[in-house]
Design a protein around this ligand. Structure first.
Ligand code: ZN
Length: 501
């Protein structure tokens, strides 16, 4: 039997009206699956009923996965297993979150209207986006780098945009407005309306937008708070810089096509989406992560498309004050003196691969000195980037949070310092920039300051030790994203969920 489905956001049904559709099939063997709570028989239920919400939320989640598979291939496993829970209505709140256990949505009555975050395909796709990214880059979950976390939020918005543009009727509806303000680049309109009524004047009281003029700036150059829709130093808001780069990449690729048809808009979306996937699969966790992902999108385009979209990507990032200069990201920047003359009689020119054998004890010691590592722990693995084999060395820097808040005295957070190692002219070299200790400390402290400012931290140390995710999450207010936990006797600030109001 058919069901009712709102393909975008409930508030923009003038552009994208509710439809009657045949529900998508359950996902089969070899595919990542959903367990949607509250199953009811198929039917055309009225908006606002639990029955409608079940089918709406399920259809939106499955549409997101279908869009994701178009750009990333078969999706077979979530970060924590082959099935992810979806909870369309967890109770009263103005929120939605992903916590590795599931996608969680809420309802809130304001005046005479009840708002359901799980009824918005935008919101469902955004939360699913966190889960997709977590499946391919689980290392980003516990990152204490500001721009990595802002990227996670941006990625959710990018997935919502890709999901919207995967839908043919939506592409037709939006075709003439793709380069200007429209209901695809604007996200989660209805929940933003609810927030504007419940807490007028706050930053989240306006929809996030991907067709924006926001310009990237270094940490310290933006205020930590501001009115509805202003660009501030907060991960959801700042993430609009990256979603802006991504949306503009779609527009630029589409504008360069022979004809501006809905079919070509789909093709442009998928080209940009595939570059985004390749970019994030490769980008090391270094400072200025937006730029890092952009550079690897350019390198992926060079490998996969002969560089056909180089200008489209670089112009999009430049529009948001992110000059890419992709070649510099893998260029040799510092040679190890200890390795300069040890490669035997055969002197080689130019850049070569670095091998496991190159990472001698002496080389590791020198590398630790270069990145300012304070412990001997250096995780080294082979990595292939832009067709070149190199070594990726990761040091987890432990940063004291004493200065952030009196309740964080004695608490630490960790941040990855990443160095890529290759060879040039027979010397072992760091390739591209390294995450130096001073900037890493500053990055973490600025990020935690922003979490404190926006009330995202539960300061009470969890009774559940370590990194177990099955910790008393249901007892935490849903706006909380981080909690102090005991990790082998050290109080450590850890992420518990991505919350999105
Ligand atoms: Zn989010």
């Amino acid at each position: 039997m058919p069901i009712h489905f709102i393909p975008n956001d409930p508030l923009v049904q003038n552009d994208f009206p509710m439809r009657v559709v045949k529900p998508r099939a359950d996902r089969g063997a070899g595919k990542a699956k959903l367990s949607v709570q509250g199953a009811v028989a198929e039917g055309e239920y009225p908006v606002g009923t639990p029955e409608f919400l079940y089918w709406q939320c399920r259809e939106a989640a499955l549409a997101s996965i279908a869009a994701w598979e178009e750009i990333s291939g078969n999706f077979s496993r979530w970060q924590v297993g082959d099935t992810l829970k979806v909870l369309p209505d967890r109770g009263e709140d103005l929120n939605a979150y992903y916590d590795r256990l599931g996608l969680n949505f809420f309802r809130q009555k304001i005046a005479s209207k009840t708002y359901f975050s799980g009824a918005s395909t935008d919101v469902v796709a955004h939360e699913a986006g966190h889960a997709f990214l977590d499946a391919i880059r689980p290392d980003l979950w516990d990152s204490s780098r500001f721009e990595v976390n802002a990227f996670h939020e941006a990625f959710g918005d990018c997935v919502a945009i890709i999901t919207a543009l995967q839908d043919k009727e939506s592409r037709v509806a939006i075709l003439s407005k793709i380069s200007s303000s429209n209901s695809v680049e604007a996200l989660a309109e209805e929940i933003s309306e609810a927030i504007s009524k419940a807490v007028p004047g706050i930053n989240a009281a306006a929809p996030r937008r991907a067709r924006n003029d926001f310009e990237w700036g270094p940490q310290g150059s933006l205020p930590t708070d501001g009115g509805p829709g202003k660009l501030i130093f907060e991960e959801h808001s700042f993430g609009q810089i990256f979603s802006g780069c991504f949306y503009d990449t779609i527009v630029n690729i589409f504008s360069g096509m022979a004809s501006q048809t809905e079919g070509n808009l789909l093709a442009a979306t998928q080209i940009a989406g595939k570059l985004l996937v390749k970019g994030i699969q490769s980008a090391p966790q270094r400072m200025e992560f937006f730029r890092e992902v952009g550079r690897f999108m350019i390198l992926a385009d060079g490998q996969d498309n002969g560089g056909a979209n180089r200008a489209a990507v670089s112009d999009a990032f430049q529009r948001h004050n992110l000059a890419l200069g992709s070649s510099i990201t893998l260029a040799p920047s510092a040679a190890f003196a200890a390795t300069a003359a040890t490669s035997g009689a055969t002197k080689k020119k130019g850049i070569q691969n670095a091998t496991d054998a190159d990472m001698t004890t002496t080389a590791k010691r020198e590398l630790r000195g270069l990145i300012g590592a304070v412990s001997n722990k250096l995780s080294i693995s082979k990595i292939k980037l832009a067709g070149r084999e190199m070594q990726e060395a990761i040091h987890q820097r432990i940063v004291s949070l004493d200065a952030c808040h009196k309740k964080l005295e004695g608490v630490v957070a960790s941040a990855a310092q990443v160095a890529l190692v290759g060879r040039s002219h027979n010397a072992l070299c760091v390739m591209g920039h390294v995450s130096n200790p001073i900037n890493t400390d500053k990055d973490v402290i600025n990020y935690v300051d922003s979490l404190v400012k926006h009330g995202r931290i539960s300061f009470e140390s969890s009774k559940t030790a370590g990194r177990s995710m099955v910790a008393s999450l249901k007892d935490l207010p849903s706006g909380i994203t981080h909690q102090v936990r005991d990790v082998r006797g050290q109080k450590t600030l850890l992420r518990v969920r991505f919350a999105c109001s």
